[in-house]
Each structure stands twice: as structure tokens, then as C-alpha cells.
Design a protein around this ligand. Structure first.
Ligand code: 0X9
Ligand code: ZN
Length: 443
């Protein structure tokens, strides 16, 4: 059924601008904070392809400045409506043999994007050990699920960004694979304990699905001090948090870093929880879109991480596994050089503070044809190819005789809010306020 969202994207398109000069880049970047027209950047401004959602009336500001552009998504609102319709497989596809204990292929659960309660209900039914991680801003419970008995811990996390629906869908698909009876799952789980956190930003995800919500919301749902809403959870981690150019300082912005590291309860809860998890060998944060394997560093392009050779090779193993199934092409590289500079992101934190050697972000399908609005019929193919990728990454890790990162983990700096946020609303020092209080009582 068509869903009517309060935020309508009628008349909006996604354009791909191909930026080839610094002048073009500056011109496009300057439009980011246009007072009248909202330029919604689906990918960050850089030399190369930049995807931006805007209305036709706003295009007049860009077209004279940027030579090359194409329309990626001609009707955003139409696609939003279509994406809510569950996939119905052709009957021919239902005839193939498969084990009844296989919970992935042909499971109608994966014909559509599920809501958060359905996601947790499905996860609860898989018989994994469940652990409470912490609360979201709206007091919803974030859970982790443990599969396997191996002595290497592999973490896979989904749903940090609200609008990237394929991310939690994939982590649940992976859970179904791990709970199934395949030999591949069994041998993996003899060597690894896999910790899955299927949906971190539950509040944001719910908001993208609500009738009065916004399908393209990215941040959490925290009310900021200035009454704006949301912190970008992937800019709020406590590692190189205040690197210039790595995140936005503007609370209205999609990539708002928050007032201080771990200001978002979701980031804080995950950071504290993961610090206590033992024998962590890999941390994989699942996002969309762009088809890329990314690894530290994100906060800088000038130094490469000391484990770059292994990070690159393990990522290549993953990318190759994906390509060999359906030919889906993934790029491989450090977050900063392959994508753009970002500070306070989860993978840098896992690598830089938690000391996890194989810290990565995977940007799932697609390359921009549907972007965040990936049709539900792609959930199972994405699930199949990405499970193959992770198996290849973990196989690479199994052969690594030294799982200790070459980087010496940094102790996080304090996350105590800056004093001005706890100053009384009048802005006057406490003794002055006490004076007035006593004065009032006295009269
Ligand atoms: O910008 C992000 O947070 C991620 N891309 S997304 O389009 N899903 O928002 C990429 C994060 C990659 N990791 C680092 N840059 N450290
Ligand atoms: Zn993301």
C-alpha cells in the first residue's frame, strides 16, 4: 500500500554531477547551505561523482557551474512509494530445491523491508544469545546477538544511518544464514563467535517508516540544545572527533558531529559495550550505498593505517567473492582516499581505540541507480553476495598469524560535556543565581 509520508519529495530528482575541477567543486560545495533551496547531498562533494537530490527549480543554480551531469533518479517520491511494496517472486523461482532449514533463500521475510519490531522478533527467534547494549535517545533497547563458539570475535553492525534500509536487512539476513544448517556456517562458527548488532539507530529507522516521518532521514532523533534534531552517529565516535573538515559543526546538517564525542546515547552505548567484548578480530559496519570496502583511516588522507596491506587484501578477497557471484563491482580503499574525509566514524574508532585490526565499513548496493531506495527484490541477492564476501574476509583473517593491530590504540579523551552546556539558562555564574534565589526566599 502506498505510504503517505509527511515529508514529500514530489518534484525532486537525484542528479549525478561529475566534478572535474577545483572551481566546480567549490561552486557545488558553496550551494550546500543555500538559504532557499535544499541541496541534499547523497554523497559528499569531491572530485568525481557527486549525487545530489534537488528540485528542478534548484538545478538552475548548479547547471551553469558544473559542466557534466545526468539524472540518476527522475522521481524520488515515486521510488519511495514503490519501495514500500513487497517483492513477489515469479513462481518459477519458487521451484528450486533448497533445504527447509535454510532461513535465507525464499524466505518471504526478506521480500520486503521490515519494521524494527519485526527485525528484533525475527532475531529473537533464531536461538542466539541476546545481550542488551544500551538505550537509544527515545529509550528503545539496542541488542546484540551472539552466534557460534569460536575464540575469535567478529562484529557486524547495521542501521547506524536511518535511511540505509538495506543495512539492517542484510545483518538480519546474515543472522539467518548463521542460524541455518549449512556447512559453511557451521565451520565458520567453530572458529568465530559472531556478534551481530542488527539495528543501532532504531529511533531514526522508525522515523523513516512512519506516516508522519521522513524516508530520507539519516541521523538519530536526539533533540539538540538549539532544538534542532539529530546527531550523525557516524561522526560522533570518540576518536579524532574534532578533526577539521571531517564533519559538520552545524546542528541542522546531515553530518552534524554533535556537541562532544559520545553525546549521542547510541554511540556511547556501543562504544562502552564493545570495549568490554573480548578477542575482537574484526568489526564491520554495514552502510549503503556505493559498493565499496572502506577501511581506516577516514579522518586523514595523509597517513595510511599501519595495517593497510592486510586491510586492503582482505577487502579485495571480499570484493572478489562478490564479483564472482553476480558480477557486482565493489571498489576497495581507505575511507578518506576512496570516499572523503570523515572524523568520529565507527571504523576509525574500532581500529584506533578498540584496537580491532580488521575494522571496515562496507557500502552495499547500489551505485546510485536507486541509492538509498534500493528495491526490496534486491535484499536476497545483496544478502547472498555479501555473506559470500564476509566469508572470504574471515577466511583471510583465519590465515593471518598475527591478529594484533600494528597501531597502538589511543585512550579516548574525556567525553564530559563542555561546561557551557551545563551552565544555567540565564548564562550567569552559579553564585549570582544563588544570590537571587536567597533574595527571593528572603522577601
Ligand atoms: O559517511 C559515512 O558515514 C559513510 N558513508 S554513508 O553514505 N553510508 O553515510 C562512510 C563511512 C566510512 N568510514 C569512514 N569514513 N571512516
Ligand atoms: Zn551510512
Amino acid at each position: 500500500m502506498a505510504q503517505l509520508l509527511a515529508v514529500s519529495y514530489e518534484g525532486q530528482k537525484v542528479y549525478r554531477f561529475t566534478i572535474s575541477t577545483k572551481e566546480e567543486l567549490d561552486a557545488l560545495t558553496n550551494l550546500k547551505d543555500h538559504p532557499e533551496f535544499k541541496f541534499d547531498f547523497w554523497s559528499s562533494p569531491k572530485i568525481g561523482n557527486v549525487d545530489v537530490k534537488l528540485s528542478d527549480s534548484a538545478l538552475q543554480f548548479v547547471s551553469p557551474l558544473v559542466n557534466n551531469y545526468t539524472v540518476l533518479i527522475p522521481d524520488v517520491e515515486k521510488l519511495i512509494q514503490e519501495q514500500a511494496i513487497p517483492y513477489t517472486p515469479p513462481s518459477s523461482k519458487l521451484q528450486t530445491n533448497h533445504s527447509t532449514s535454510d532461513l535465507t533463500i525464499q524466505n518471504p521475510f526478506f521480500y520486503t523491508y521490515q519494521n524494527s519490531s519485526a527485525i528484533f522478533q525475527f532475531m529473537d527467534g533464531l536461538g542466539a544469545k541476546k545481550d542488551f547494549i544500551g538505550y537509544t535517545f527515545k529509550q528503545q533497547q539496542i541488542f546484540g546477538y551472539y552466534f557460534g563458539t569460536g575464540n575469535k570475535t567478529a562484529i557486524v553492525q547495521g542501521g547506524l544511518h536511518a535511511r540505509e534500509w538495506i543495512s539492517p536487512a542484510f545483518v538480519v539476513y546474515l543472522a539467518a544464514f548463521l542460524a541455518g544448517s549449512s556447512q559453511a556456517a557451521k565451520s565458520l562458527l567453530a572458529e568465530y563467535t559472531v556478534l551481530l548488532v542488527p539495528l543501532v539507530n532504531i529511533d531514526g529507522y522508525d522515523y523513516t517508516r512512519r506516516a508522519d516521518g521522513d524516508r530520507l532521514w539519516r541521523k538519530n532523533m536526539q533533540i539538540n540544545n538549539d532544538s534542532t534534531v539529530g546527531i550523525d552517529l557516524n561522526r560522533n565516535y570518540n576518536f579524532k572527533w574534532d578533526t577539521p573538515g571531517g564533519a559538520s559543526l552545524d546542528s541542522m546538517n546531515e553530518t552534524y558531529r554533535g556537541p562532544y564525542p559520545n553525546a549521542a546515547p547510541e554511540t556511547k552505548a556501543l562504544s562502552e559495550y564493545l570495549a568490554k567484548v573480548q578477542n575482537k578480530v574484526s568489526y564491520i559496519d554495514i552502510h549503503s550505498y556505493g559498493q565499496a570496502f572502506l577501511y581506516p583511516w577516514g579522518y586523514t588522507c595523509t597517513v595510511s593505517s599501519p595495517d593497510e596491506p592486510d586491510l586492503r587484501s582482505s577487502s579485495f578477497a571480499g570484493a572478489q567473492a562478490i564479483a564472482s557471484l553476480y558480477g557486482t563491482f565493489y571498489t576497495v580503499g581507505s575511507s578518506c582516499s576512496n570516499l572523503y574525509q570523515t572524523s568520529g566514524a565507527s571504523d576509525d574508532y574500532a581500529y584506533g581505540v578498540l584496537g580491532v585490526k580488521y575494522a571496515m565499513t562496507i557500502e552495499l548496493r547500489d551505485e546510485g541507480q536507486y541509492g538509498f531506495l534500493l528495491p526490496p527484490e534486491q535484499i536476497i541477492p545483496v544478502g547472498t553476495e555479501t555473506v559470500a564476501a564476509l566469508l572470504a574476509v574471515w577466511e583471510y583473517i583465519s590465515k593471518d598469524s598475527n591478529l594484533t593491530s600494528k597501531y597502538i590504540p589511543q585512550t579516548p579523551t574525556s567525553t564530559i560535556p563542555p561546561t557551557h552546556t551545563v551552565t544555567q539558562s540565564s548564562g550567569q555564574p552559579l553564585p549570582v543565581q544563588l544570590f537571587w534565589l536567597l533574595f527571593i526566599f528572603a522577601i
